[in-house]
Design a protein around this ligand. Structure first.
Ligand code: DGJ
Length: 733
């Protein structure tokens, strides 16, 4: 059983294969957080908590003259509001009488087999053979009649615990929610911890940063209306000494695509609190009597095996428990070519067929028609919202174009940017009130486009209908779903003025409804997410799409960092990676090696390649197909850190049974007459013998992991190496 309740001590212990997580209904039934870390069994850990009279830390009234009991100095599982805990809160609520207060204590709990679900937000799910138990603990405030339902699911084998929160207005008057955090993780001593996050920008998403905990609130978040390029809803708290392979690492990954906030506060007593949830900026959510608000799910993992150990937990879990698409496991993903960097918006049906014919010679399976095929779009100033085929460009009609591609033995894909509208569009002319603009003000433009008010049901229905219509009328295999601006002018003409604080969140709910409908209506279509590259690359998006475009930056050397950072939490099978013209000095083969750390494809005009180059691409496409199981299902190891000074970047995919591995190296910096360099493999069987690239000589796993592989140094700049390691079979074994 993954959840153990001890009635005598009033503790709940959540137990996965290697970790324990413990809570307790403590003094006055406040819910304490006692432990998260390596398995310790279910013994009550409340002996850890020492009580002192802490000056200026308040005592709940119910503790009477007991001055040593303060919520400010005890680890909370969901912190209260205005009860003397002055650290950052889990909740901010305005009660119907105008008071700002929540004083919740444990009143109920229940457990059941299987995974909890949320009605309004995406969650991870249990697969057929997963052992999953769930727990709900109710915290009630008897004065305001507000209840908090804390939900937990324990994925035993996967070493994953998920958390979510619901707020129930049990009173008879409306209340207003101003902050609701999905997770509150308190550590008794966090002074020795670091916070790792994935900040970035357009073209340079998910770069890795690490900061020491100091005595203030460290804030990570997005207020761009999307999880964004600039931050990612994922943080790690780790030991100061944690490395790739050693040390304690706690991960929190938020299943949400809108504004988010993570706060890590090291307090006066070196206690550390991490909260994470929807960003409170411009968030005021009204809850009428009996209404329930759901906060997004947080997926938590702990590993003692450094960042790699933590990444492996997330990779395995997100690979199989996040997205229901058949392209996750049942059907292999295709090698694609995308028209964007080949032609931008300057294409017609003839040009696309030419690209497809050339790409066919390169071993490509799928042609994707990117931006520019609809309305009268020839540049990015018009037509978003008009999801009808531009007959001037696609003269033969979409159906016939797709047939021509299919006749070549290839599949066809198409691009949409559903959430946006151009002022120069029939949609905007007909429904100005559907665009997000504040009355009396003109909207902030970004790429000359406005955002649609996705909170509006008519907008959602329009998108569902117009996109489904395109998908139903041609043999479309793949959809790229893009969004190319951040949100501003947060306003919905469909909501009264006192509900405008709900628009950010309602936008995301509307978006999920549209995606859910279109994707479920077309279970055979492969979807790829995109946001001006890899903005909004988050687990909620990966719930809908099995893959996401990592970045518009296709430069293979920059990609080394992009793939490195993204891999901290997201599996390689989710990472859209293509070969393009970017990086003129980098050999085509090196570009291919880099793109094989992902879904592999092309983003160039195939008709401009020489026959020799096309042939080389064919070989690389075939190699990708050969290594597909290793790349998509194997364990991924970061062998070097491209953010540190060094001459090469290396990574490795290792089959789960360790019988095979693909070790890739890119020489990023050639030093004249420099030292011989070695790359040490990881994850092999120490006693097994491995051949390299089919050669006769074999080396032991321990030699490859401890002594390493010498990397040829007299090579041209940006040379890449791929070492395919195969375990030598011994007769009878
Ligand atoms: C941004 C994407 O990241 C690109 O790949 C491309 O689809 C453009 N948008 C099209 O406008």
């Amino acid at each position: 059983m993954g959840i153990i309740y001890n009635e005598k001590f009033k503790t709940w212990t959540l137990q996965t294969k290697n970790t324990s997580y413990q809570m307790k209904a403590g003094n006055l039934d406040y819910l304490l957080h006692l432990y998260y870390g390596p398995s310790i069994g279910d013994a009550d850990l409340s002996y850890q908590i020492r009580q002192y009279d802490r000056g200026f830390s308040g005592n709940p009234y119910a503790s009477r003259n007991e001055r040593t009991f303060s919520l400010d100095a005890q680890p909370q599982e969901f912190s209260t509001q205005q009860q003397g805990d002055f650290r950052t809160t889990s909740i901010e609520i305005v009660n119907s009488d105008g008071s700002y207060s929540f004083n919740g204590t444990v009143t109920d709990h229940k457990t059941w087999k299987g995974k909890y679900k949320l009605d309004t937000l995406p969650t991870v799910f249990a697969r057929k053979n997963d052992t999953v138990d769930s727990l709900q603990i109710t915290l009630s405030d008897p004065i305001s009649n507000v209840q908090i339902l804390l939900l937990y699911s324990v994925f035993e084998e996967a070493d994953i615990i998920t958390r979510a929160v619901k707020v129930v207005n049990g009173g008879d008057q409306p209340i207003h929610l101003k902050k609701i955090m999905s997770v509150c993780l308190d550590f008794l001593n966090g002074a020795h911890m670091d916070l790792v996050s994935l900040p970035g920008r357009y073209g340079q998403e998910r770069q890795v940063e690490r900061q020491h905990m100091t005595h203030h609130i460290h804030t990570i978040g997005s207020v761009r209306g999307s999880s964004s390029h600039q931050q990612n809803p994922f943080v790690i708290l780790c030991d100061r000494g944690a490395t790739e392979d050693y040390g304690s690492c706690y991960g929190c990954s938020l299943m949400y695509s809108g504004n988010f906030l993570a706060e890590a506060e090291l307090d006066q007593y070196n206690q550390l609190r991490l909260v994470m949830g929807i960003h409170p900026k411009q968030f005021v959510y009204q809850l009428k009597p009996k209404e329930v608000f759901e906060g997004p799910e947080v997926v938590m993992a702990f590993s003692e095996k450094g960042f790699t150990g933590l990444s492996h937990l997330y990779h395995d879990f997100y690979r199989y428990n996040l997205c229901a698409s058949k392209y996750v496991q049942e059907v292999q993903r295709p090698v694609l070519i995308n028209s964007w960097e080949a032609a931008f918006m300057d294409f017609d049906d003839t040009k696309l067929v030419e690209i497809a014919k050339a790409a066919k010679k390169m071993g490509v399976d799928l042609l994707v028609m990117d931006d520019g095929w609809f309305g009268k779009r020839n540049d990015d100033n018009s037509s978003l919202g008009d999801w009808v085929v531009n007959q001037k460009k696609i003269q033969c009609g979409l159906d016939r174009l797709v047939e021509q591609i299919n006749e070549l033995g290839m599949k066809f894909g198409i691009w949409f940017e559903p959430e946006m509208v151009s002022e120069d569009s029939d949609l905007y002319r007909a429904h100005k009130e559907w665009a997000m603009e504040i009355p009396g003000r003109r909207g902030v433009r970004s790429r000359n486009q406005l955002a649609l008010d996705m909170s509006r049901v008519e907008v959602q229905d329009y998108l569902i209908k117009s996109i489904n219509q395109i998908l139903d009328n041609a043999n479309i295999f793949y959809v790229k779903w893009d969004i190319n601006r951040s949100l501003a002018d947060i306003w919905s003409n469909a909501l009264p003025s006192d509900k405008q604080g709900e628009v950010y969140h309602r936008y995301i709910l509307g978006l999920y409804r549209v995606m859910d409908n279109i994707i479920k209506t077309h279970p055979d279509i492969l979807f790829e997410g995109c946001s001006g590259g890899g903005g909004r690359y988050d687990p909620a998006m990966l719930h809908y799409y099995p893959q996401y475009w990592v970045s518009d930056n296709n430069h293979p050397i920059d990609r080394l960092k992009l793939h490195y950072g993204t891999s901290f939490v997201y599996p390689i099978s989710s990472m859209g990676a293509h070969i393009s013209d970017s990086g003129k000095l980098v050999p085509l083969r090196t570009k291919a090696v880099v793109a094989m750390c992902g879904t592999f494809g092309y983003e160039l005009d195939a008709t401009h390649l020489t026959e020799e180059e096309q042939q080389l691409c064919k070989e690389q496409s075939d190699l990708f197909r050969k290594y597909y199981p290793l790349i998509f299902e194997g364990d991924y190891y970061r062998l070097t850190n491209p953010f540190e000074l060094g001459n090469m970047t290396a990574w490795q995919h290792v089959a789960k049974d360790k019988s095979e591995s693909l070790l890739s190296v890119v020489v990023t910096n050639l030093t004249c007459n420099g030292p011989q360099e070695y790359i040490r493999a990881k994850g092999l069987l120490p006693d097994a013998m491995y051949t390299i690239n089919g050669n006769r000589e074999a080396y032991s796993g321990s030699a490859l992991m401890n002594a390493g592989l010498p990397i040829e140094r007299e090579v041209p700049e940006y040379t890449a190496f791929q070492f395919h390691l195969e375990k030598v079979r011994i007769e009878g074994i």
